[in-house]
Design a protein around this ligand. Sequence first.
Ligand code: HEC
Length: 109
Amino acid sequence: MARILILVAVLGLCVGGAAHAFMAGNPKAGRSLAVDHCAACHAVPEEAAAATEADAPGFETIALDDANYTLKTMRRAMKTPHWPDGDVMLSSKDADNVIAFIVSLRPKE
Ligand code: HEC
């Protein structure tokens, strides 16, 4: 019985925590993916290497402009390779991680 109660408590914590972050995404993994594959064009906060593509919004800009960059547009951008190694598709998990990273740049309420 006690075990079941603990399980229920742990599940409750997970669900509560996920509501704050973005679903299943891991912002840390998303950040390192963004640094490796996206930072040449999209500025990553606190990353020394400068983004060179002037047209690309920095990830902080994307995060703060949630009227233009909704979860839907972000997800679509992740699923539409627009980077030079264009045959590199992000898995759904990678996409969730990057979105979680972007969402983590929004100010906390
Ligand atoms: C070669 C440069 C380049 C690389 C590399 C790149 N992007 Fe972009 N990205 C752009 C440009 C330019 C835009 C803005 C143009 C547009 O809106 O179509 C953009 C737009 C976006 C947007 C905004 C969505 C939208 O519809 O405007 C997101 C989100 C995004 N990129 C995510 C990523 C992610 C994640 C990666 C790495 C896996 C990445 N980008 C790599 C150039 C790049």
